[in-house]
Structures are given as structure tokens and as C-alpha cells.
Design a protein around this ligand. Sequence first.
Ligand SMILES: CC(C)(COP(=O)(O)OP(=O)(O)OC[C@H]1O[C@@H](n2cnc3c(N)ncnc32)[C@H](O)[C@@H]1OP(=O)(O)O)[C@@H](O)C(=O)NCCC(=O)NCCS
Length: 159
Amino acid sequence: MPDLLVKLYDLPELAPLQMKLEAAGIKLCHPLVFDKRTVVEWVEKEFEREWACECEAAFAKQPITCLIAVQNGALIGFACYDVTCKGFFGPTGVSESARGQGVGKALLLAALHGLAEAGYAYGIIGGAGPVEFYQKAVGAIVIEDSSPGIYRDRLPSRE
Ligand SMILES: CC(C)(COP(=O)(O)OP(=O)(O)OC[C@H]1O[C@@H](n2cnc3c(N)ncnc32)[C@H](O)[C@@H]1OP(=O)(O)O)[C@@H](O)C(=O)NCCC(=O)NCCS
């Protein structure tokens, strides 16, 4: 799983996709700190423990560098940025039942715009799973010889 590079000065606009999602009752927002346990526990249940750890770290920042997607009061997606390393995007995930509507792309765009606003010129997708998703959504470029990258000395998971 390589890292990918994204030009933050050349990002697609978020607004058209956000309006489409809002028409379908899907809202993106930064969670507030009192939602921390709800969000972190949801990430662990839907995805993995390591992602929940990274999500928890996003809540330690001000402003919180996590975004969530909510439909009918329920969490359906999340994305973190500037957490695993400075300028990194991820982890991210959308509930299986909510995929294919543009939620993943909207969370990605919102987070990358957040990195741009924080002053970065380039963003890095750390250990990208679905490379084509990132290439298609934001023209991400594979960084050669970047796998396993920073994940090389990762401790074995307890589970
Ligand atoms: C990857 C993920 C976040 C995508 O979320 P999603 O809400 O289904 O994606 P979207 O609906 O926004 O898709 C946007 C576009 O990317 C495409 N796309 C989505 N998933 C893709 C994939 N795995 N591979 C290639 N293209 C993909 C869609 O077809 C869509 O194309 P379009 O703009 O032409 O319609 C979601 O599948 C997921 O949570 N996967 C499991 C966790 C994961 O892999 N996270 C990333 C770790 S780096």
C-alpha cells in the first residue's frame, strides 16, 4: 500500500458534491469534543482498532482534524487528517451500506481543503488502500518505493 501525493493548490471544489449530499439528507461536519467516544467507538466497530487510535488523536487537536458524515442522526463515514504524520490524510471509511453515493469523495475533499487551509501545498495519502479511488477523485500520484513507508516498524496488533 503506497503513499500518494496530492496537489492541494489544484483541488476540485467541495460545494457541488456537498449540495448533492445535503439534498439526500447527508451532512458533513467536524464533530465536537463531546462526540469523541461515540465517533472513536464507531470507527473501531466498523473498521479497525488502529484507525480508532488515529481518530482519537484527531480529537486532541484544536480544531479537531476529523470530519464525519451523518444521515438521519447516524454516523455513516469519517475522515481524519494531519494526524498520523503532518500533512497526511487518513484514516477514512464509509459504512458499507452508504458507499457509492459520493460520501467518501466528499470527506476526502473536505479534509484536503482543511490541509490546504492549514498551509500545506501538498497532501499525502498515507498507506493508500484503493489507489484508483484517490487517483480518480483528486489526481493523486503514487510515491515510488513508499510502501511500507512509515508503517514499517509498526508493532503487531493485539487482535
Ligand atoms: C474507499 C471508500 C472510503 C470510498 O467511499 P465511497 O463513499 O464508496 O466513495 P464515493 O462514492 O465517494 O466514490 C467516489 C468515486 O470513486 C469511485 N470509487 C469508490 N471506491 C472505489 C474503489 N475502491 N476503487 C476505485 N474507485 C472507487 C466511485 O466509483 C466514484 O466514482 P465516480 O465519481 O465516477 O462516481 C469506501 O469504499 C471505504 O470505506 N472503504 C473501506 C475503508 C478504506 O479502504 N478506506 C481507505 C483506506 S486508505
